[in-house]
Design a protein around this ligand. Structure first.
Ligand SMILES: Cc1cc2nc3c(=O)[nH]c(=O)nc-3n(C[C@H](O)[C@H](O)[C@H](O)COP(=O)(O)O)c2cc1C
Length: 198
């Protein structure tokens, strides 16, 4: 009986929202630039306003990067055999999070600002949002990350945000800071935010 109650409590806590989680608004389904214009406009931008993205911009950016786009759970980017063996972690000034696309929530992993682990280039501390592509898939993981950062970059171009893909960080240090276990690694990152002075 004790075991049953404990099991039920664990299931309950795994499925419930924590007060520190960020519930996102529904992503936009219209607006933005035509695709060919967004492709032409995509550029790396490294001058960030420190202002946090609006909830809507954040929700749209995350959906464009790793959202679910069909009722059977398929994503906005393809993955080998639809394994979806990659996670989108997000660093904000308020802490570290994992994007739960099915529930449209950023699940808080910790309340420390971990952006300093990405500060090999000083502009990184201005950018309020860092996308981290986390996978243990050695064969396809980096390809999946590439699809995700390209989607994110096209969204940023379309929405007038700045972003830059960043490989200049210490993988072992970031893995430790996030408490990633086993073969999980941050295989690439991308900084995003509003352009400075706009
Ligand atoms: C895999 C990858 C890693 C990158 N790493 C960094 C980085 O650590 N820091 C940085 O400032 N830019 C980085 N970039 C951005 C490139 O410097 C940039 O894409 C390139 O100069 C072309 O400019 P554009 O993106 O404006 O077309 C990276 C880009 C890619 C695709």
């Amino acid at each position: 009986m004790k075991k049953l109650i404990l099991g039920a409590m664990m299931m309950f806590s795994a499925g419930t929202a924590n007060a520190a989680d960020i519930t996102l608004p529904q992503h936009s389904t219209e607006g933005g630039m035509p695709l060919m214009e967004a492709m032409a406009a995509r550029r790396s931008g490294r001058e960030f306003d420190t202002k946090m993205l609006s909830d809507q911009h954040l929700a749209d950016l995350l959906w464009a990067t790793w959202g679910i786009s069909s009722p059977d759970g398929r994503r906005v980017v393809p993955t080998a055999r639809n394994t979806q063996d990659i996670d989108l972690y997000v660093l904000l000034p308020s802490g570290s999070y994992r994007y739960d696309a099915a529930n449209n929530v950023l699940k808080q992993l910790g309340d420390k600002d971990l952006r300093s682990h990405l500060a090999s280039q000083p502009f990184a501390m201005d950018a309020p949002v860092h996308l981290l592509f986390v996978t243990k898939d050695k064969k396809y993981g980096e390809m999946h990350a590439g699809s995700m950062y390209q989607n994110a970059s096209l969204y940023c171009a379309s929405a007038g945000l700045h972003c830059v893909v960043r490989g200049l960080y210490d993988r072992a240090e970031l893995k430790q800071a996030l408490g990633l276990e086993g073969d999980y690694e941050v295989v690439m990152t991308e900084a995003a935010g509003y352009p400075k002075g706009k």
